[in-house]
Ligand binder design. Structure first.
Ligand SMILES: *[C@@H]1O[C@H](CO)[C@@H](O)[C@H](O)[C@H]1NC(C)=O
Ligand SMILES: *[C@@H]1O[C@H](CO)[C@@H](O)[C@H](O)[C@H]1NC(C)=O
Ligand SMILES: *[C@@H]1O[C@H](CO)[C@@H](O)[C@H](O)[C@H]1NC(C)=O
Ligand SMILES: *[C@@H]1O[C@H](CO)[C@@H](O)[C@H](O)[C@H]1NC(C)=O
Ligand SMILES: *[C@@H]1O[C@H](CO)[C@@H](O)[C@H](O)[C@H]1NC(C)=O
Length: 762
């Protein structure tokens, strides 16, 4: 055991050659100290080392047995041990004086000044604190404290209890730990955080020898206390202690929530998020945390934005990535390009900020620190944000304008981009009424009457595309060549000036590639709305008419259209806290652009429900289209996102079969689409539903078709609560996860005369 240095302690006697009886700071390898009160004292007298008897602890080794030893990496012929003025207890090689072992590498529950707490990447040594097992037993207990980080990530201090995270400091931001506001410049100690390629550590130094301060991990209170020595009372007093309060408790509020200690209750979902379980949340069980109100649209990265949150303790940085040279702009771009990136911030907040840190996954353990913390940019769906970069807080009210457009309904839907609270909106509306309309009040480009007249050949009959309930629709071409569709509100439409203004004021830029786009309006003597012109008309032209085979769409195009409609509808349903329910989804309301991308149109019957968690409404006036209406809507006027899902299901089955659903039916009637689909499904031959033309064409993926049939049947289930949400539908269409068995479709047992909607608008 030549390469092992034995440091042997005994509670009685060891091979003692020279007895230490006076104050020395070191002994050689042949010397020992015993627990009769003899000690080592560092040269300036700051530290003394010896044995003590904590409580009832018994240190075994009465008879010269080894009770503790450590191995060294280096062979040493002759060693000595020395107690330094720092309190570091070092084993040295006598010949070259080099340190072979030091107690500072193995802290127990105390961090002394100038002791590093951290991680040496070169040797792999981690220096962390462990509280005593209990007040009598100095063995490492379950309460620990140390710097943790994933490789190349963002280091921060964690306290753990029994392995579980108990408290974290928040990452170092160049100035302090983002969540440890107690760590401020002070007269007692200075502190430093070093993070480079070799090591990462935290260390503090006393400013003056006369004020003594140490840091102790206390297993009894589960706190890390900074103690200062009170000379007059000969005692340690707690100077600061973490965790400080409820909000310091690790992840108290769950994911994506903010802990605000001055609030009651303290937990709050971050703006743009809502409780995963409102019941539990209300009963102050916050553990499930919060989820996004609107999903991110990662693939279309331009649809995501970032909202700036200030004075935050940064979230748990376990899953993070950092770069020291990037600036905040590059950081934003980096985050935007990675779907798993949820937030970004500056690595160093000094001098206006530098470096980049991006965080992945749920944002855990955030708190608000009124005079500390830092800025964090959190990813949001663009539809959650207005142009000011603030999360929408107001309430959106719907506007619904419809017009018939070559036999189909073309629609404008205008939603007001709410800036603040509903009250302010109402005030603005009032002012607007008084003042008349100012351009800046509208969120939509305004066209001159003369411009539109020129574009439409002065509203010539040749340019007329159709006539709707509210007035005629014209085709037009703007001076720059853009083709438009113009809906002109006729004075006889029954829509008065106030109603029209109300509608216009509520316009917001709902924009989605699968919704028809509104280009502008005219609010002069005539009221008009402009839409993008869709050259390929509507879906019904391309799936139902077997006599025009050249027009029929092959399966990949149909599947593309099904997925596009699903995404458009998902956007409507989840665009805001208030859900937009289309209420009239059908083949003729799906317009196709020149690349055959589907665009949902006709919001003439759409409703935007106010009141965030409301999922449906009730109407005495049942409007919609025969064959697409959900049973609860047709019979009782109950509409919800799930009634749209029903219509979507019908549409899917129509797209697959090339046949129209005729509405109410009975199970024996195989001429009815939905009845036929259900029968074939139950008889195990669902593929017979496929359009015969489609079946004979190539490119047919039976797996995809089967999946779409099953999704269609799930969507048309009788009970709204059984139908999947559009979010689930989009997932089901895009993956190969196992699907539930569809239950009986709606209307299955109905007789034709039982429910009859009073108005169909077809
Ligand atoms: C401790 O014991 C040693 C030898 O047994 C003796 O020389 C020394 O004086 C004792 N020290 C004290 C403080 O009693
Ligand atoms: C030393 O004590 C241990 C128990 O502490 C015992 O097992 C061992 O036999 C003893 N050795 C001698 C040499 O007395
Ligand atoms: C831990 O805290 C308790 C209660 O304040 C105190 O009695 C005890 O001395 C502390 N222990 C340490 C190691 O500071
Ligand atoms: C939760 O509390 C809020 C506000 O008190 C209330 O509006 C909401 O209905 C409650 N939700 C549940 C599910 O209890
Ligand atoms: C996003 O970041 C994660 C974690 O660093 C990484 O594994 C993944 O490859 C990144 N994705 C892209 C698209 O860059």
């Amino acid at each position: 055991m030549d390469d092992v240095c034995f440091v042997v302690f005994s509670t009685s006697l060891l091979f003692l050659l020279i007895t230490v009886s006076f104050a020395v700071d070191s002994i050689s390898h042949s010397q020992s100290i015993r627990d009769n009160g003899s000690t080592l004292v560092s040269s300036d007298g700051s530290f003394e080392l010896g044995f003590f008897s904590p409580g009832y602890l018994v240190l075994l080794g009465q008879n010269k047995s080894v009770v503790w030893w450590t191995s060294l990496s280096k062979y040493a012929q002759s060693t000595m041990i020395q107690l330094l003025d720092s309190g570091n207890f070092v084993v040295r090689d006598v010949t070259d004086g080099k340190s072979l072992w030091q107690s500072f590498d193995y802290p127990s529950h105390t961090l002394l000044p100038e002791m590093k707490m951290g991680w040496d990447f070169r040797t792999g040594l981690k220096r962390g604190l462990s509280a005593w097992k209990n007040s009598e037993d100095p063995c490492p207990g379950e309460f620990t404290c140390g710097i943790e980080m994933e490789t190349h990530a963002y280091p921060e201090v964690y306290f753990r209890k029994g392995g579980l995270k108990h408290y974290r400091s928040g990452p170092w931001n160049g100035q302090e730990f983002s969540g440890a506001s107690a760590l401020r410049p002070n007269p007692i100690y200075s502190f430093d955080f070093v993070y480079n390629d070799n090591e990462v550590y935290y260390m503090y130094k006393l400013r003056s020898k006369s004020v003594i301060s140490i840091m102790v991990l206390n297993g009894t209170t589960s706190t890390r206390d900074r103690l200062t020595w009170i000379e007059a009372e000969q005692t340690w007093r707690v100077y600061a202690s973490v965790p400080r309060d409820l909000c310091d408790r690790y992840n108290l509020c769950g994911a994506n929530a903010n802990c605000i200690i001055s609030d009651s209750p303290v937990c709050r979902c971050l703006q743009g998020f809502m409780p995963k379980s409102p019941e539990k949340w209300n009963s102050t069980d916050w553990s499930l945390g919060c989820m996004r109100k609107k999903p991110l649209s990662c693939q279309e990265s331009d649809k995501d934005r970032f909202v700036k949150f200030t004075n935050l303790k940064l979230p748990d940085a376990t899953h993070s990535w950092v770069d020291r040279s990037m600036n905040i702009k590059e950081c934003r771009a980096k985050c935007l390009n990675n779907c798993s990136c949820m937030a970004y911030t500056s690595l160093d907040i000094r001098a206006g900020g530098s470096g980049c840190a991006i965080l992945f996954g749920d944002l855990l353990d955030i708190r608000k620190l009124p005079d500390a913390g830092q800025d964090l940019y959190i990813r949001m769906s663009a539809s959650e944000i207005d142009d000011d970069g603030k999360v929408k807080t107001g309430i959106i009210v719907a506007v619904v304008i419809g017009a018939v457009f070559s036999g189909m309904l073309l629609v404008g839907y205008y939603v007001y981009r709410s800036r603040t609270k509903l009250k302010e909106t109402e005030k603005r509306e009032e002012n607007l009424k008084k003042k008349g309309v100012q351009k800046e009040d509208l969120e939509l480009p305004i066209f001159n009457m003369s411009t539109i007249a020129r574009a439409t050949d002065n509203f010539s009959d040749d340019m007329k595309l159709g006539e709707g309930g509210f007035g005629p629709v014209y085709r037009g071409t703007l001076a720059d060549g853009q083709e438009i569709a113009v809906k002109r509100l006729s004075s006889s439409s029954g829509q008065g000036f106030n109603e029209f203004m109300n509608e216009i004021k509520l316009i917001a830029k709902l924009q989605h590639r699968n919704l028809v786009k509104i280009l502008g309006c005219c609010v002069q003597e005539e009221k008009m709305l402009m839409y993008e012109y869709m050259p390929n008309r509507s879906l019904d032209f391309f799936i139902f008419d077997q006599t025009r085979e050249e027009l029929l769409l092959d399966w990949p195009k149909r599947f593309h259209i099904i997925c596009g409609i699903a995404r458009g509808l998902l956007y409507l349903h989840q665009d805001s806290r208030l859900r937009i329910i289309h209420r009239d989804l059908k083949a003729s309301n799906v317009l196709l652009d020149d690349e055959m991308n589907p665009k949902i149109s006709d919001f003439g019957l759409a409703r935007i429900l106010t009141g965030g968690d409301q999922t449906g409404g009730n109407t005495k006036r049942v409007v919609g289209t025969y064959g697409y209406m959900a049973p609860e809507y047709a019979a009782d006027g109950l509409f919800s996102v799930k009634s749209d899902v029903f219509s979507f299901g019908i549409l899917v089955l129509e797209i697959i079969s090339g046949r129209r659903n005729k509405g109410f039916y009975d199970p024996d009637n195989s001429h009815n689409l939905i009845g036929n689909a259900w029968r074939l499904w139950n008889e195990g031959r669902p593929l017979e539903l496929i359009d015969s033309w489609l079946e004979s064409s190539c490119n047919l993926s039976e797996v995809e078709v089967l999946r779409c049939i099953e999704v269609g049947l799930l969507c048309v289930q009788h009970h709204p609560e059984d139908r999947p949400s559009m979010a689930s539908v989009v997932i089901m269409l895009g993956s190969d996860i196992a699907l539930a068995q569809p239950k009986q479709p709606g209307f299955f047992m109905e007789k034709k005369h039982e429910a009859s909607p009073d108005i169909g608008n077809e």
